[in-house]
Design a protein around this ligand. Structure first.
Ligand code: ZN
Ligand code: ZN
Length: 417
């Protein structure tokens, strides 16, 4: 087949049937894990008013300044394809007057105009949870644990959790001033992005991945060393609860997360399979976001995981060579009516079944192979006369004649996984 003349937009991907199947499995594992932790699904729109993303990410953030897909609709409204999940959920909780405490999960497509690279697409997918209205540090740990269980369920064994605390409105200003004083003496050594961040949001500087910048940070004051007594206590209780639940973690005193709205607990999940500097996802507390949105003061904590990155971190699952699909083959057109009946019986019983309407049996076998069917059910004049069918296992090539009335259990027996 030729490649055609149209290409998909840069930063997007196609999900081939095998990829789509693998993706649905991951989503299913996520839904299941969230459900056993007491979370309920929420689905919000793919686009929102631009202002909610500016409000949540912060005017000077990379997301807002460089990465949003914003547009005016035909009535002149300023809209944006959602670059992340939390702002839409917060907006919906307030708009729908949902009653906290709430445990919500979501998954779906998100959009950022970033530099496409491995595991980072412009249309990407996230799996997220939010706990709204609970202040206890144990809740931060429940959220961290949910993520850890999800990765475990997917067989991602090498996942490491990194943890930090970035303080609150009381303790952050003094810390920020100290950090700015420290960094101002080293501006010449910082990259251009860091210089901009230094003016707009100095804590984000610590997030820079450039080696030259990171060298400068070794001596920099760290947020966890400047916590007020109540933030320090919260952080200590988070660590104690992680220990009590046997959850392993590492402290990373530079972990500040890319978004402005986090406070206190921040965490990330890392996997060696996708590179040391990059996380599969992460989250933290955001106790001020509801107020920023004009709502009541509501503590909240959550995470968002990258679906594509999660799949990169998974051990390669060899795709099953054959699908759970039975392919009917008619030796001559005279068997077609019997085959149509059998097709309906199989399908009514929940067995995926299909046939090709080519008249030559050779072509029908070829179609069965192209569909990667597990087996063929062959109907010839002799079989129909005897009340039998021939069942061909397409994995082993073995063919046996069986009574037509036991074809459903026999086909099922050939569906190995
Ligand atoms: Zn504090
Ligand atoms: Zn930098």
């Amino acid at each position: 087949m030729s490649g055609g003349k149209h290409a998909r937009p840069k930063g997007t991907r196609d999900w081939m049937p095998e990829d789509a199947t693998a993706r649905r499995r991951v989503e299913q594992a996520f839904r299941h894990t969230a459900a056993v932790f007491g979370f309920q699904e929420i689905i919000t729109p793919t686009f929102e008013h631009t202002e909610i993303f500016i409000k949540s990410s912060g005017e000077g953030s990379d997301v807002v300044t460089k990465e949003m897909y914003s547009f005016e609709d035909r009535a002149g409204r300023n809209l944006t394809l959602r670059p992340e999940g939390t702002p839409g959920v917060v907006r919906a909780v307030l708009e729908e007057r949902m009653k906290p405490p709430l445990r919500l999960y979501y998954h779906g497509p998100y959009f950022r105009y970033g530099r496409p690279q491995k595991g980072r697409l412009r249309e990407f997918h996230q799996l997220g949870v939010e706990v709204i209205g609970e202040r206890n540090p144990a809740v931060d740990v429940e959220v961290i644990q949910l993520g850890a269980w999800f990765f475990e369920r997917l067989g991602i064994a090498d996942c490491a959790t990194q943890l930090n605390s970035i303080g609150c409105r009381e303790c952050r200003p003094a810390y920020r001033a100290e950090l700015v004083a420290f960094l101002s003496g080293r501006v010449a050594a910082l990259c251009e992005d860091c210089r901009t961040r230094l003016e707009r949001n100095p804590m984000r500087v610590l997030d820079c991945k450039r080696e030259t910048c990171r060298l400068q940070f070794a001596e920099a004051p760290k947020p966890a060393g400047h916590l007020c007594p109540s933030c320090a206590e919260h952080f200590a209780r988070v660590r104690a609860e992680l220990d009590r639940r046997g959850l392993r973690y590492e402290l990373n005193d530079r972990l500040v997360r890319g978004l402005d709205y986090y406070n206190r607990t921040t965490f990330e999940y890392l996997s060696a399979r996708i590179g040391a500097q990059d996380s599969i996802g992460g989250g933290g507390r955001y106790d001020y976001l509801f107020e920023e949105f004009g709502g009541p003061s509501l503590p909240a904590v959550g995470f968002a995981l990258g679906l594509e990155r999660t799949m990169m971190a998974m051990a390669e699952n060899p795709a099953p060579a054959r699908r759970r699909l039975a392919f009917l083959v008619c030796v001559t057109e005279a068997q077609r009516p019997a085959a149509v009946d059998l097709l309906a019986r199989l399908r009514a019983d929940g067995v995926a079944a299909q046939m090709s309407y080519e008249d030559k049996p050779g072509r029908q076998f070829k179609a069965a192979d192209a569909a990667r069917a597990a087996c063929c059910v062959v109907l010839g004049p002799d079989e129909v006369a005897r009340g039998t069918v021939s069942l061909k296992d397409l994995v082993t090539g073995e063919q046996t004649e069986i009574p037509a009335n036991i074809v459903i259990p026999e086909v099922r027996a050939l569906f190995r996984d």
